[in-house]
Ligand binder design. Structure first.
Ligand code: AMP
Length: 249
């Protein structure tokens, strides 16, 4: 079974995000970039399926500028077999990524696509769902347990107030949640080995994908600054402030 795993290059989760002064987006120049944390979980799950003898081939796919090869190399160091880089400097919306994934799925014929539930930069939470809809494949989102048996998979999903378990038939798209697994750190020997693994380069045009944005960003702004708290002398003062200043009672 071949598994396709998209891995997005995003601003590292430890970086304090700065909004551009003109409000068109956030600063990405000279900022540390890393693999989207949910995609580390997807790669880990695909590699575990391979180690369990269920998957035969794990293909990591990243779409974006040339530096995305670094993200693919990280996936290869974690255990993916090969990479595909969809090279473009265009800003990509989830629909364009999903169309490219569809084209790659038609070419590569995987049985399973494991997608991060969301990218931590734009928080869209759309790509996996759109990919399965475009392909007409089964879909299970927010997986916290994934068990593959033959052409079926059982997925436990985190839903409001509990866990839902669903059965899906392959081929399928599964999006992963935080508690599915704990991704491994790539060891030095595996980082060295990853340098020799192949990365194929294609463009959106090669895949017949039009990346023209469908959405216009009107403005990006920082959240309002938090005001410091204050101390009150007694309950009476608290109640009076809640009534006259906060106006919540
Ligand atoms: P989103 O729908 O933007 O929140 O992204 C959800 C998931 O789609 C991510 O966790 C990735 O697995 C995948 N994805 C989105 N954009 C890209 C990209 N440019 N390259 C590779 N994978 C992507």
């Amino acid at each position: 079974m071949k598994v396709l795993v998209p891995v997005k290059r995003v601003i590292d989760y430890n970086v304090k995000i700065r909004v551009k002064p003109d409000g068109t987006g956030v600063e990405t120049q000279n900022v540390k970039m890393s693999m989207n944390p949910f995609d580390e979980i997807s790669i880990e799950e695909a590699v575990r399926l391979k180690e369990a003898g269920i998957a035969t081939d794990v293909v990591a796919v990243s779409m974006g500028p040339k530096q995305c090869t670094e993200t693919i190399r990280t996936a290869l160091a974690m255990g993916a077999d090969r990479g595909v880089h969809v090279l473009t400097d265009d800003a990509l919306e989830p629909l364009a990524v999903a169309k490219a994934m569809k084209a790659l799925a038609e070419k590569e014929q995987p049985q399973l696509i494991i997608v991060g539930k969301q990218a931590i930069d734009d928080d869209s939470n759309q790509t996996g769902q759109m990919t399965s809809a475009l392909l007409g494949w089964s879909q299970a989102c927010f997986a916290s347990v994934l068990k593959v048996e033959g052409d079926k998979a059982t997925v436990t999903r985190e839903v409001d107030g509990g866990l839902e378990t669903v059965n899906i038939t392959m081929p399928a798209v599964v999006t992963v949640d935080l508690r599915l697994n704990e991704p491994r750190y790539a060891s030095l020997p595996n980082i060295m080995k990853a340098k020799k693994k192949p990365i194929e380069e294609v463009t959106p045009a090669d895949l017949g994908v039009d990346t023209t944005p469908r959405l216009a960003v009107l403005n990006v702004a920082e959240p309002p600054k938090r005001e410091g708290g204050g101390k009150v002398a007694d309950v009476q003062e608290l109640v009076s402030k809640l009534m006259s200043e906060a106006k919540v009672i």
